[in-house]
Design a protein. Sequence first.
Lengths: 454, 488
Amino acid sequence: VSGAGTDSDPVQRALDQALRAGADAADALLVASDSVEARVRGEEIDFVSEARGHTLGIRALVAGSGGYRSAITSTSDLATDAVDRMAREAVALAHATAVDPAAGLPDGGFADECPELALFNAADRDVGVEARIQDAITAERAARATDPRIRNSEGSQIGSGFSRVCYGNTAGFVGSYDTASHSLFSEPLAAQNGSMQRDYWMTLAHRLADLEDAAAVGRRAAERALRRLGSRPIPTCEAAVIFDPVTAPSLLGHIAACVNGYSIYRESSYLAGRLGEMVASECVHVIDDGRRPGGLGSKPFDGEGLPTRRNVVIDRGRLSCYLLDSYSGRKLGLASTGNAARGAGGPPSVAPTNLWLEPGDADLDDLVASTQRGLLVTELIGMGFNAVTGDYSRGAAGLWIEGGEIAYPVDEITIAGNLADMLATIDAVGSDLLWLGRIASPSLRVARMTIAGT
Amino acid sequence: MSESKAYAGDDALAFFEDRFGLGDAELAIALDTALERHIDYADLFFEYTTADSVMLEEGIVKTGDRHVEQGVGVRAQAGERQGYAHSDDVTVASVKLAAASARAISQEGSAGGSALVATAAPGARDLYPVAIPPTEVPVARKVELLEAIDVYARSLDPRVKQVMASSLSQHRRVLVVGSDGTRSADVRPLVRLNVQVIAAAAGGVRREVGYQGMGGRFEFERLLDPSQWRPLVEEAVRIAVLNLDSVPCPAGTMNVVLGPGWPGILLHEAIGHGLEGDFNRKQTSAFSDKLGRRVAAPGITVVDDGTLAGRRGSLNVDDEGCPTQRTLLIEDGILVGYLQDRLNARLMGMQPTGNGRRESYAHLPMPRMTNTFMLAGEDDPEDILGSVENGLYAVSFGGGQVDITSGKFVFSASEAYRIEGGRIGAPVKGATLIGNGPDVLTRVSRIGNDLELDRGVGTCGKNGQSVPVGVGLPTVRIDGLTVGGTGA
């Protein structure tokens, strides 16, 4: 794809050595990165941390009767003798595994062009850590200046990281790209009458220029913490539940887990076998697009060298595709959707790239105003989702809505339902799509859930 | 103070010197570089880790992997500030470079003074001696184990449709060299076996999952013993099949009985995190300023103990070179201690408790738990269940989370039952428990005599760092806990 340069040398060497050691096919991934993180708390720097590292992963495929045996090795030691040894070990380890008819490299169709995805701005490398720390100081001061009840914090943290990803395989593909990630996160504490509440706000982007204003991040974090003061549980009831753009993406994450090709062929998802069926209300339109410019999950090719692309996952409520790599695709008799994710230390797996729910027309205020009685969820805790059954039960905090208006803050409650029912009863989708990560959503309202409290 | 003990670490000391050429002179130079400005404390953390894992599904072992990770982290502390730099390039030059980065945290000039590198003392204890490192056990034997597990799981019940099993082996060598003369090395084996089963109702569409795992810092050989792995498989199958008949969990406030062992995750979430030194120094914990105050019912004593032989959460020395210990957190209901690392202990005028831990050389240490559990009481578990007219009996959990500041915690049951008339009733699904940390243990009305530790599967996440931990609990009754579910 793009100029491979010297970064491809360890990759090429790993491939050559794997073949020499007896592999019939192989691929290799090299990720080299350097980063800095710092946190400011009050007027003091809490920590500054700098990192530099690289990891090479090698997958060896050894042909057997009707398939391949496979294994992976990885090392952060890129000396040629270490690379050679890890390549040989990958082949030796593969011999200990079983022949898998679905294993193997993709059958072709590798990425052959490199679209400009705005993953990196070279000039950002020249911005020193001092300037980034100044962002954290600005956010921290803004948070604390918002209200006298903000007197403490967990701090404001910045991060800047630059990575170069190089992937190659013995089918002849080799490609690399640069990507960067910059972030600012602020987490103030509000205190009143002896009780404390925290909350956060953050901004995350490939390019520094795309970050939200630092003072605005601090203020928004403070406002979120302040509105939680005086939170209390509510009596157990059934009511409408609105998820805001901070909590709604978790539902998209659950959808992603349930349309993951591995969960489908294992039948460990309640959505297995439901392709083409209505699985959500008509206002649910979910898209995964690995080539969204500036998207936090964007990349020119996936973890197997296949081009990333746009996939409509749920089309006006109808399940229109699973997310697949070549392995899970073969298991299901389908083509890869370009969703192979890959870390240097593991085999390809499936992950969404940029996954979002298409926004509707109403803003969050409209959603609240049209809710007679319900809960606006602003934070979820715990891991109460079961992809096999769709059962959902999580700890929540937020704001109680009475007569279309915010009444008071609530916490120490749970919200429960089944994802199938929740998706089918989404009756409003907001216009406020917000990218705080690779998975994003506007506000949305589920008509009815069980809320457990006092 | 100065720690200069080497435990299991004699081999590790020789290893680092041999592999990277890092002898006393080289280490002293690196530390001196870090100390060129006004620095209260500086340390070097070296790591060399090998790991492997094997994974089975659909009746075959589809893949295996093997990893080598090495690196060094250099830290400098000045007041509340910490500078850290790490690299996977372990050479004298890169260590010096990292030290220069780390010391930039201090704005002040040289305070002079050079690092004292103590000589290692002979080993005092080894909580996890292994004759053969787990990563040296041939992969073929791990493959055979997983295949035997698959066959056994399917033989137990025809409703078993999927079996996923995996083994993980890790062999980690670490060396900590501190500017106060600390020089500690450790060799840490860690093994784990996971079994997940999906069962489907005969002729029905309903599918449920059952999981069970075990592990710790011991020989991989133990996992190969059928008397160890068979009960694990039986449990995973039993839970999956049981959940096929589960009913929706009732929602609301009720009396809850927690079974022994893994439900100790309650202590980890509700209490343990809130007692970590960093949150208390910063006054951001719901437990801040509660030392000496009642935070639990009389009779409740909670400890964190990193010195239990072979346990997943145990360490000979923590990741700052301090020996682990048994730390009393709550004594007869009164809060008596925090979990400390070096930085927070120094700033709070307390002693380190051997709880300074990090995920790897690429991470700054923080106060973290080791094995956290409640000591046994005197009640018969049967009597405790019998004392509840209507409520919930929770035996196993998936995971939990806490908001340190508000104290609110949540955890999700993977095996739970209704209690009806003092007896165990129908299994329920999707039960989530939520409560308030400083309050929940004051509601404990009965404490069982049956303390158990978990099977060695806990992993704790904090600020993006994962470390292995253990938990334990006797059967306890908690009055008036909020239970989340969808049932009536």
